[in-house]
Write a new protein. Structure first.
Length: 119
């Protein structure tokens, strides 16, 4: 999740790194653990508001930013948002057939996107 145009200070970065749900932080963004992403999706799919999910996970809403919480890509991309695609992604299309689990995850992600758009 990106922190838009507002950069994180060293103090805020060190506070965020203390949260067990944070994988890494840079001045421009926060990378969450896969466990938190899965938990977020589960809670969001059960109609829990994004802000409440973040607060219960120990995040300071003022540091993360309410706009970023509400636009969190995991709520829109479902299970496809769980993978950090920055590493090892050459940009080439896949030549292999998707597994049933991957097809299911893709359909579930599309369903979550439609739900978010309807809201």
């Amino acid at each position: 999740m990106s922190i838009s145009k507002k950069l994180l200070t060293e103090n805020k970065i060190s506070l965020l790194l203390k949260n067990p749900h944070v994988k890494s932080v840079s001045p421009k963004g926060i990378t969450y653990t896969d466990e938190f992403k899965r938990s977020f999706i589960d809670h969001y799919d059960n109609d829990k508001p994004p802000r409440e999910i973040f607060e219960e996970a120990g995040f300071d809403v003022d540091i993360v930013g309410i706009e970023q919480i509400h636009s969190c890509s995991y709520q829109k991309n479902g299970l496809l948002g769980l993978t950090d695609t920055r590493m090892g992604n050459s940009g080439r299309t896949r030549e292999r057939e998707l597994t049933l689990d991957e097809k299911y995850a893709k359909l579930e992600a599309q369903n979550n996107l439609f739900k978010a758009e309807n809201e």
